[in-house]
Design a binder for this molecule. Structure first.
Ligand code: UDP
Ligand code: MG
Length: 316
């Protein structure tokens, strides 16, 4: 099979027949063998009835129905598990992404050798309240992930080589950072294609402004996991050592001052009058806590299922 199209959806019943007809038109015109996997993420409208209806009349339509709403990442994860095509394409169900982009995305994966191609909605049809924070968000994501050629991390329209989706684990709300996940898994050929974007035709957006707060926290988590995930002591131990070093210097200063006071100054001055006393106290306490966090982190990392998972590209 050439292509699997994975479509996560939450209450998008009106769009589905139109989207299906459009994808079918593009696929037939290019003679692709394909499947469309609709992942119904706990919709409360008629979405599932529509998918059942489509699947009855079209063998290429497949459906997964969640019992409740889990989010876009879990929906993608389950779609990825099911996908059988050589190239996997994801797109939103709301008709904002155009299926006309599919042939070129397919070509970039199969001929240009990209592992992942992300869409770039260069001209967006979304409210300003969304486009401006998105620019900031993408700049941070570029800096943290080191993937400098992507303008639009969170574009729903993306194409992947099959190995990529089978070797990354999208969870929580990590769908915003799939290129980063792919890069961490060793898929470094990441490209971009300018894609057409349209205003939402039916329904309304499913993500509010808290997407940006959560988005930044997730980015921080990913950075931490990819840098120190299996060696937490390297960060906590480092910070703890700095704290102890500051503590020892403070103690030395206190001792020196005390000797000085005893022999040529004020022999009755208490060490608690010195600011270095408080510095020594806090840095030692914080340093101990950091080391403890490091040891506990190591204990947890030792039991993590990923501790010995490596991406082996080839074996003979
Ligand atoms: N979506 C989903 N589960 C959710 C929220 C959204 O499957 O909990 C789907 C949604 O139906 C759409 C895609 O994810 O197909 C992108 O959502 P939306 O269009 O609301 O995001 P936006 O375009 O505003 O970023
Ligand atoms: Mg949308």
């Amino acid at each position: 099979m050439d292509i699997s199209v994975v479509i996560p959806l939450y209450n998008e019943a009106e769009s589905l027949p139109e989207l299906h007809a459009w994808i079918k038109r593009v696929m037939d015109a290019n003679h692709f063998s394909y499947e469309i996997i609709f992942v119904n993420d706990g919709s409360t409208d008629r979405s599932w009835n529509v998918i059942e209806e489509l699947s009855k009349n079209n063998p290429e339509v497949k459906g997964i129905k969640f019992r409740r709403n889990y989010g876009k990442s879990p929906a993608l994860y389950c779609g990825f598990e099911r996908a059988e095509g050589d190239v996997v394409i994801t797109m939103d169900a709301d008709l904002q992404d155009s299926p006309d982009e599919i042939p070129e995305l397919y070509r970039m994966i199969t001929e240009d050798g990209y592992d992942l191609v992300s869409g770039w909605k260069q001209k967006r049809y979304d409210p300003l309240s969304k486009t401006i924070p998105t620019k900031l968000f993408n700049a941070t994501a570029r800096a943290v992930s080191g993937i400098h050629n992507l303008h639009d991390f969170n574009c729903g329209l993306k194409a992947y080589r099959r190995e990529v989706v089978k070797n990354i684990e999208v969870y929580g709300e990590m769908h915003r950072y799939i290129p980063y996940l792919a890069k961490n898994a060793g898929f470094a050929r990441i490209g971009e294609k300018v894609v057409h974007h349209q205003a939402r035709k039916y329904g309304k957006t499913k993500f509010g402004l808290n997407r940006f707060v959560n988005g930044y926290l997730d980015l921080l988590t990913l950075w931490f996991l990819s840098t120190f995930g299996v060696k937490p002591m390297h960060i906590f131990g480092f910070l703890g050592s700095i704290m102890f070093l500051l503590g020892f210097i403070s103690v030395a200063v206190i001792g020196f001052n005390k000797l000085h006071d005893m022999y040529c100054g004020n022999p009755y001055r208490l060490v608690t009058e010195s600011p270095y006393f408080y510095l020594a106290l806090t840095t030692m306490v914080i340093g101990t806590q950091l080391f403890l966090a490091g040891f506990i982190g190591e204990l947890i990392a030792r039991n993590a299922p990923e501790r010995n998972k490596y991406q082996i590209e080839k074996e003979l």
